[in-house]
Design a protein around this ligand. Structure first.
Ligand code: NAP
Ligand code: MG
Length: 492
C-alpha cells in the first residue's frame, strides 16, 4: 500500500485573503464615437455644431462626443413634440399602454447592457445598476402602462386630459431611473415630452433613444436633447406646458422664479438632508445595515440619503462601533467589478464639493473616521466617511453633501429626535428604527418628510409616491399622486 501523503500545511485560504477581481464585461455595450440629438424620431446634428466629451469617472476615459443643444435645437424638439401631441393623445389609452409595455420589456431584455453603460458613464457599482436602477426603471414603465387606459378610474368624475408638451430635466445620480420616473407617467397620461439628461451622464438616455426606435414609438412623442445647464435653462424658456425638474434646490428655485406667473405648470424634486433615527430598542445589526445602505448606497449621491444619523444616546457608542466595523468591510473601487460596494464619485466637480464640506467638518471640530482602503489612482474617489461629535450648527449637519459622508448626532427622547430631524430646510425622507409599532406611527406623524421608512431605508416602488416638503420641492412622482401633475382636470 502506498503511504498517504502528509497533509499540505498551507491552509486553503490565506489568512489575509482578498476578493479576486470579478469584472463585468463591457463587450455588451457599443458606444458610438459621437451622438446627435434625438428629435422627431431621428438623430439630428445640433444647429450650432457644438459638442462636449463624456467620460467615465472611474478612470477619466473619454467615452463619446455629445451634442450640445442650443436654444434653436430646444425649440425644434418642442415643435416635434407639439406636432406629435394630437396623434399620441388621440390614441386609445390601451394603445398607449402597448407602447409602454413594449418599452418595459425591451428594458428588461437589454438590462445588462444598460446596467454596464450606466456604471461606466456614472460610476455607480454594477451590482446597484443591475439590481436596483434597471429593475426599477422597467417597473416604472410596467406600472404606468397599467394606468394608461384607466385614467378615468384613477380620477373619477374629473375628466382627466393630458397637458400637452412637457419639458423634463434630470440629474446624474440615477440617470436612467430618473428618465423612467419622468417619461412613464407623462406618456401614460397622453403627453409628449422633451427630456434633458445631465451633462455628465447622457449615455443611457441616448441608448434609450435606440430602444424607442426598436419599440416603434411614434416619432416626436419623446425627444432627447443633451447639453449642460444652459440647455436646461433654454428648455425652461421654451413653449412647453409643464416643466418637471429633478436636481438641486438652487437651480429649482431659479426655475420657479423664472416660471412664476407664466402659467407653465411646475413640479420640483430637489435636495435633502434626511435623518435616519435609531432608538435604543432597535435591532442594532439590521439598523447598521440600514445606516450603511442609507448613506453609502450610490456613493451617497442620493437625494433621500440618510446623511444625518440620529442615534439614541444610551446606544450611541455601541452603534458607532458596529458601524465602523461594518464600514471597514465595504469594498471601494471599480464600478464594473461585481464585488464593489462603493463606486466612483460622479464628477471632478462633485468630488471637490465633497472634499470642501468634509474639510469644513474637521475644521468645525467634528471627529472624522474613514476605514483604511486603497483608492484607485485615476478617476474620482472618496472613502466612506463618518463624523462623530457633530453639532447641529456644523455645515456637515446642515448642508447636503451628496457624497459618502455621514454625520452622527444623538438624542435622548422621541420628542428631541423629532425636533432635531425636522431642524432642516429640507423635507424629503426620514428613517425610523424601533421595535415599537406605536412609536413608528407617532414619529411618522411628526416628521416633516415626504417619505418615512420604518426599519428599512432607500426602498422604492413605482406605486408609492415620492417627493418633498419645504426646500425639497413639491409634487409627487410615482403612484396615482405622480400621475396627477401630468393631467388637467375639468374645473367644477
Ligand atoms: P443640478 O445642478 O440642479 O442639475 C440638475 C439638472 O438641471 C441637470 O440636467 C442640469 O444640467 C440642469 N440644469 C443646471 N442648471 C440649470 C438651469 N439654470 N436651468 C435648467 N436646468 C439646469 O443638480 P445636480 O447637481 O445635477 O444633481 C444633484 C441634486 O439633485 C442634489 O441636490 C439632489 O438632492 C437632487 N436630486 C433630487 C432628487 C429628488 O427626487 N428630489 C433626485 C435626484 C437628485 P447639467 O447636468 O448640465 O448641470
Ligand atoms: Mg449641475
Amino acid at each position: 500500500m502506498t503511504e498517504l501523503s502528509p497533509r499540505d500545511p498551507t491552509p486553503l485560504l490565506p489568512i489575509d485573503w482578498a476578493y479576486a477581481a470579478a469584472p463585468e464585461s463591457r463587450e455588451i455595450v457599443t458606444i458610438a464615437e459621437r451622438y446627435g440629438l434625438f428629435i422627431g424620431g431621428e438623430w439630428v446634428e445640433p444647429r450650432a455644431g457644438a459638442s462636449f466629451t463624456t467620460c467615465s469617472p472611474r478612470d477619466e476615459e473619454p467615452l463619446a462626443e455629445i451634442a450640445q443643444a442650443g436654444a434653436a435645437d430646444v425649440a425644434a424638439a418642442v415643435d416635434a413634440a407639439r406636432a406629435a401631441f394630437p396623434g399620441w393623445s388621440g390614441l386609445a389609452g390601451s394603445e398607449r399602454a402597448k407602447y409602454l409595455f413594449r418599452i418595459a420589456r425591451l428594458l428588461q431584455e437589454r438590462a445588462r447592457e444598460f446596467a454596464v453603460l450606466e456604471s461606466l458613464n456614472g460610476g455607480k457599482p454594477i451590482k446597484e445598476s443591475r439590481d436596483v436602477d434597471l429593475p426599477l426603471a422597467a417597473a416604472h414603465f410596467f406600472y404606468h402602462a397599467g394606468w394608461a387606459d384607466k385614467l378615468e378610474y384613477a380620477f373619477p368624475n374629473r375628466s382627466p386630459r393630458p397637458l400637452g408638451v412637457v419639458g423634463q430635466i434630470i440629474p446624474w445620480n440615477f440617470p436612467l431611473l430618473m428618465l423612467a420616473w419622468k417619461l412613464a407617467p407623462a406618456l401614460a397620461a397622453g403627453n409628449t415630452a422633451v427630456l434633458k439628461p445631465a451633462e455628465t451622464t447622457p449615455l443611457t438616455a441616448l441608448a434609450f433613444c435606440e430602444l424607442l426606435l426598436q419599440a416603434e414609438l411614434p416619432a416626436g412623442v419623446v425627444n432627447i436633447i443633451t447639453g449642460d445647464g444652459a440647455t436646461g435653462a433654454a428648455l425652461v424658456e421654451a413653449a412647453v406646458d409643464k416643466i418637471a425638474f429633478t436636481g438641486s434646490t438652487e437651480v429649482g428655485k431659479e426655475i420657479q422664479r423664472r416660471l412664476a406667473g407664466s402659467g407653465t405648470r411646475l413640479t420640483l424634486e430637489l435636495g435633502g438632508k434626511a435623518a435616519n433615527i435609531v432608538f435604543d430598542d432597535a435591532a442594532l445589526d439590521q439598523a447598521v445595515e440600514g445606516i450603511v445602505n442609507g448613506i453609502y448606497f450610490n456613493q451617497g449621491h442620493v437625494c433621500c440619503a440618510g446623511s444625518r444619523l440620529l442615534v439614541q444616546e444610551s446606544i450611541a457608542e455601541a452603534a458607532v462601533e458596529k458601524l465602523k466595523q461594518r464600514m471597514a468591510s465595504l469594498r471601494v473601487g471599480d464600478p464594473l467589478d461585481k464585488n464593489t460596494d462603493v463606486g466612483a464619485i460622479n464628477s471632478r466637480a462633485q468630488l471637490t464639493k465633497i472634499e470642501q464640506l468634509v474639510a469644513a467638518g474637521s475644521a468645525e471640530g467634528a471627529d472624522i473616521y474613514q476605514p483604511p482602503c486603497r483608492l484607485p489612482e485615476k478617476g474620482y474617489w472618496f472613502a466612506p466617511t463618518v463624523f462623530t461629535n457633530v453639532a447641529q450648527s456644523h455645515r456637515i449637519a446642515r448642508e447636503e453633501i451628496f457624497g459618502p459622508v455621514l454625520a452622527v448626532l444623538t438624542f435622548r427622547t422621541p420628542q428631541e429626535a423629532v425636533e432635531k430631524a425636522n431642524n432642516t430646510p429640507y423635507g424629503l425622507s426620514a428613517g425610523v428604527w424601533t421595535e415599537k409599532g406605536s412609536r413608528i406611527l407617532w414619529m411618522a406623524e411628526r416628521l416633516r418628510a415626504g417619505v418615512v421608512w420604518a426599519n428599512t431605508f432607500n426602498r422604492f416602488d413605482p406605486a408609492s409616491p415620492f417627493g418633498g416638503y419645504k426646500e425639497s420641492g413639491f409634487g409627487r412622482e410615482g403612484g396615482r399622486h405622480g400621475l396627477e401633475p401630468y393631467l388637467a382636470f375639468e374645473s367644477a
